[in-house]
Design a binder for this molecule. Structure first.
Ligand code: NAD
Length: 414
């Protein structure tokens, strides 16, 4: 996965003619921390986990990035995702750098009590390297507002009242209006702009979505509200389809009740992995990384892919999809709504001042539309695909800021 993000970075760096030394400076994480977490769980068994935090770059502001709880979590994933955060915050031009972390645990098999203990032990060991002006975690796969509350509470025990140490908190605990749905809203906005450019209406499109958690469910709801038909959804339990369009609010209720889309009576069941090649105009991967691969890319039927998940497309698949003329709205643009509203949450925490929902949504819309336009303009100027254009924009911003802090001429980044 790390090699994938390096590949995309280098493709853009080649267009910029970046020197080897500048590439090394920009690719290498500033710090990587690994901690051991041992608990006695509710069944009186000893459990061993490893926690990670990779801090990639802070030239443009405190480092920012989610915490992922998944058995596959490792340093390589954290590193790749930390880099993506640096490029993402730069694409939407919020004053943050990039970081990422997580724990190799599976919350689906743990009690809340055990999960809270694991989270608190992680924070106790990371407290010296995170902080409101240093590195600010946020939710990612399998972490949510509840986990963020535990982080804020544990960190505040050591450092005093610190709501700004983490974003994605509940509204009643210094969270922000609009944060929970922000990534999904950003996905809808980017899709809206791309459709507008192609003269297509939401009512003319069908959409297939992989992942129905925070990002996938809100994206589905907001896109359906615009008039599109969500014809298939898959998650870790399986898939459900309906050519007439799924009733998204009803599906949301079902998933809250049962934990997955399987068994939903408003559609037909299918094997979840088939979602990538589903018959739909737009495919939205909103779950795991590396799901669109060399093996299934030629089977993709969508004309447009909106990368709501981080790193869902491998470089080999990316090349095949471009050869087939499929438009990819890349992750560092398409899913940046979350970090944008995280920035608004952090701002409110720092200022001890609350914004109303209309202000949040207006500012999010402005930020996403401006970033979309800048990426399209760069693609036009350099005659490259949208992902390469987004990386060029980000490398320019991060590279200039990084070198400006050193004695090296910042013009070494064109
Ligand atoms: P989540 O835990 O809320 O939801 C994850 C979803 O993925 C669930 O529906 C789960 O069932 C599904 N899933 C897991 N394994 C699967 C599999 N093998 N096949 C199909 N579906 C599977 O996580 P989330 O916060 O919605 O994050 C989803 C993706 O979006 C991740 O890649 C994350 O990095 C990215 N992302 C999240 C945010 C955010 O604000 N939460 C921001 C930017 C990017």
């Amino acid at each position: 996965m790390l090699s994938d993000t390096h590949y995309y970075f280098n493709k853009a760096a080649d267009v910029l003619g970046l020197s080897e030394i500048v590439r090394k400076i920009l690719l290498t994480p500033q710090r990587s921390v690994k901690v051991e977490i041992v608990i006695e769980n509710c069944e009186n068994e000893l459990k061993y986990y490893t926690g990670y935090r990779v801090q990639h770059n802070n030239a443009r502001g405190p480092m920012k990035g989610g915490l992922r709880y998944h058995p596959s979590m490792n340093e390589d994933h954290a590193s790749a995702l930390a880099g993506l955060m640096t490029w993402k915050t730069a694409v939407v031009d919020v004053p943050f750098g990039g970081a990422k972390g997580g724990i190799d645990c599976d919350p689906h098999t743990m009690s809340d009590k055990d999960l809270s203990l694991v989270t608190r032990l992680f924070v106790a060991q990371m407290k010296d390297v995170i902080g409101p002006m240093t590195d600010i975690p946020a939710p990612d796969m399998n972490t949510n507002a509840k986990v963020m509350s535990w982080i804020m509470d544990e960190y505040s025990k050591y450092e005093g009242f610190s709501p700004g140490v983490v974003t994605g908190k509940p509204l009643h605990l210094f969270g922000s209006e609009g944060r929970e749905e922000a990534t999904g809203r950003g996905v809808m906005l980017i899709l809206r702009e791309a459709l507008k450019d192609r003269g297509t209406a939401f009512s003319d499109i069908t959409v297939a979505i992989q992942g129905f958690g925070n990002v996938g469910s809100h994206a589905a709801r907001l896109i359906a509200e615009q008039g599109a038909r969500i014809v298939a959804v898959a998650d870790h339990t399986g898939g459900v389809s309906n050519t007439a369009g799924l009733d998204v609010p009803a599906l949301c209720e079902w998933v809250v009740e049962t934990g997955g889309v399987t068994g939903f009576s408003g559609g037909t069941a299918f094997e979840g992995n088939d979602i990538i090649t589903w018959e739909a105009d737009v495919l939205i991967p909103a779950a795991l990384q590396d799901v669109i691969t060399e093996e299934n890319a030629n089977g993709v039927k969508a004309k447009m892919i909106v990368e709501a998940a981080n790193a869902p497309t491998t470089p080999a698949a990316d090349t095949l999809l471009h050869q087939r003329g499929i438009t990819i709205l890349p992750d560092i643009l398409a899913n940046a709504g979350g970090v944008t509203v995280s920035y608004f949450e952090w701002t409110q925490n720092i200022q001890q001042f609350r914004w109303e929902i209309d202000r949040i949504n207006d500012e999010l819309e402005k930020t996403m539309c401006k970033a979309y336009r800048s990426v399209c303009d760069m693609a036009e100027e350099k005659q490259v695909d949208l992902r390469t254009a987004a990386f060029i924009l980000a490398i320019h911003r991060v590279g200039r800021a990084t070198l400006a802090r050193t004695h090296i001429e910042s013009t070494m980044v064109p």
